[in-house]
Ligand binder design. Structure first.
Ligand code: SF4
Length: 561
């Protein structure tokens, strides 16, 4: 059977993209769940309006039916290459790469690569850091240059640090080789627009797909109660859904579907390339949504029509309009669209500054780094032969490891990963992130607080310092590799014996660079240092234009329309 890449085709020809969601069941739920998958896949295979099935990964836990296996079943039953969501959660780099390899070998070349939200059984003693999504994008792009790689972004953040970090990391994912972007789910249409405007203003021409969620009352309760990481539902919207729920199931359903259809039309009018609908996992339900959208589009034809319809659908019983943001929530832009290509870098969006203690710590660590590790420094001249000698014996290694840990653990939260990356993170240790992410935050923050709810997201401080030092471009371009095979060894020994991975600077040909950035950003990321030995940053221009030229052309047309 020949297989069709309907998702790629839709993106290439600019046809609005619909896919059907499949959330793999737990293994314990038995084979009946797979029968439903086969049925949906056969129906999707015969329906030209639906370009494929998107398959979740470890959504219900670690013990879900394998996503690649589901992908094989879908490919066979539908003839259409599905979109595999592949998460780094609970997978070390080798395990994650083995999953990508298996998928590619099976012809499953469409992937959404994410770090993933918190696993239900997270508090395991054998902590595994999540495989970083930026590294994943880069790795899969190198494994299979023709792969269609989606990356995630959440514009639904309302504090400066968490919002800026999302956009910085998004740029890094584009730089690393993402083909298109899929948002997190949300209902704040101004945020969907903000993302589209921002990409357009930066000259990021890759397509955007909106993730929209059809919330039942149960879902709404959970999301409003902050039980779905990183997804925000305002009090107003929750109250509106509660009012609809009180009308009884048939009427409430009508309202829920009407809202979803309006969202689809809204993002279409903003230039999005398609939607991915969460909570719509039956073929017939997706058809219902598509038909409702087609019908509604007969009267909602323009942005003005849409504004009226959205406003009408979101009036509360007390007469007020629903507000979708939390109090004081920030947006990147006001109500005026920036002109295409008008931005060279992230615009200034707030007054967040590092605290005195934060800057003191940065300066202290940066000075130590310059004295002890900077190439050509007296410290490095002493350290290099010393570390090489210490690394030749088990005892020498054990003593160095102990010494290093005793100094760095209280200062930085070091966990002896063996590949010290603090110089690329404004001297914040990525091991203090519960997921161990080094290239930017996951999308789980809420009001700047970590998804694990026990600390501020560790990437916020990094952002504040980079902003204060004029180094934000580094957070878009410096690709920090994963730690592989060096845990519980001394990073000092590894550093001076060249046993740490190469850190690369990645740039697309599409992304415009600011004059100030290119003039002032050094190749190194430390305050004043040159890179130590093996960690020299290699400039790598990612020939992004070679990946999906036709997709990019379609998006450019859409954005200029
Ligand atoms: S520290 Fe930030 S990136 Fe890490 S888990 Fe928490 S929210 Fe996610």
């Amino acid at each position: 059977m020949s297989h069709q890449n309907g998702i790629r085709q839709a993106l290439e020809i600019g046809e609005f993209l619909y896919t059907l969601e499949h959330v793999p069941a737990l293994q314990s739920e038995g084979p009946s769940a797979l029968l439903a998958l086969v049925r949906n896949a056969e129906l999707v295979g015969r329906d030209p309006r639906i370009r494929g099935i998107n398959i979740g990964d470890r959504v219900k836990g670690r013990d879900c039916v394998d996503t690649v296996e589901c992908g094989r079943i879908v490919l066979e039953a539908s003839g259409k290459i599905p979109l595999l969501h592949l998460a780094g959660k609970g997978r070390d780099p080798a395990q994650a790469n083995a999953v990508y390899r298996r998928a590619l070998d099976a012809g499953l070349t469409n992937m959404l690569l994410v770090s993933g939200d918190r696993l239900p059984d997270e508090a395991r003693p054998d902590r595994i850091r999540y495989h970083d999504s930026v590294v994943a994008v880069s790795d899969v792009r190198h494994m299979e240059p023709g792969a269609l790689i989606a990356a995630a972004v959440s514009p639904f953040k309302y504090r400066e640090e968490e919002l800026a970090n999302q956009y910085l990391k998004m740029a890094k994912k584009i730089n690393a080789g993402a083909s298109y972007l899929i948002t997190n789910c949300g209902w704040d249409m101004r945020k969907f627009e903000e993302l589209a405007w921002y990409c357009n203003a930066r000259g990021f021409t890759i397509p955007l797909v909106a993730n929209l969620l059809l919330p039942s009352m149960g879902w709404a309760r959970g999301i409003h109660g902050r039980r779905l990481p990183g997804v925000h539902m305002s009090d107003d919207l929750f109250n509106k859904i509660s009012e609809e729920h009180a009308l009884g199931k048939p009427l409430a359903q009508q309202h829920y579907f009407h809202r979803l259809a309006l969202q689809v039309i809204g993002v279409k009018l903003m230039g999005y390339a398609g939607v991915q609908l969460s909570g719509v996992d039956e073929y017939e339900t997706l058809c219902q949504v598509i038909e409702l959208v087609d019908d509604l589009e007969k009267t909602v034809r323009s942005r003005l029509d849409w504004n009226d319809a959205w406003r009408d659908a979101h009036r509360l019983q007390d007469g007020r309009e629903v507000i979708f943001s939390p109090p004081g929530g920030i947006y990147l832009f006001g109500t005026t669209r920036p002109s295409p290509g008008s931005l060279d870098a992230l615009p200034r969006i707030g007054d967040a500054q590092p605290g005195e203690e934060e800057m003191r710590q940065y300066r202290k660590m940066s000075t130590v780094h310059d004295l002890a590790f900077k190439k050509g420094s007296t410290g490095a001249a002493v350290m290099k032969p010393l570390m090489r000698v210490m690394g030749t014996s088990k005892l020498g290694h054990a003593i160095t490891l102990k010494l290093e840990h005793s100094i760095k653990a209280p200062l930085l939260g070091c966990e002896s990963c063996g590949f010290c990356r603090i110089e690329y993170l404004m001297y914040k240790c990525p091991e203090t992130c519960p997921k161990g992410l080094a290239n930017g935050p996951c999308s789980g923050t809420d009001d700047n607080v970590c998804e694990f709810k026990d600390r501020e997201c560790i990437h916020n401080g990094k952002y504040r310092i980079a902003k204060a030092l004029g180094k934000l471009a580094e957070l878009e371009e410096v690709l920090v590799p994963a730690v592989q095979g060096t845990r519980n060894t001394s990073s000092w020994i590894n550093e001076f014996s060249g046993a740490v991975p190469l850190v690369r600077r990645v740039k697309t040909t599409a992304a415009k660079k600011s004059a100030s950035t290119s003039a002032t950003t050094p190749v190194t990321t430390g305050a004043t240092s040159t890179p130590p030995l093996a960690k020299a940053i290699e400039d790598v221009g990612v020939a992004h234009a070679n990946v999906d030229p036709s997709i990019r052309a379609v998006q450019r047309m859409r954005n200029s329309g």
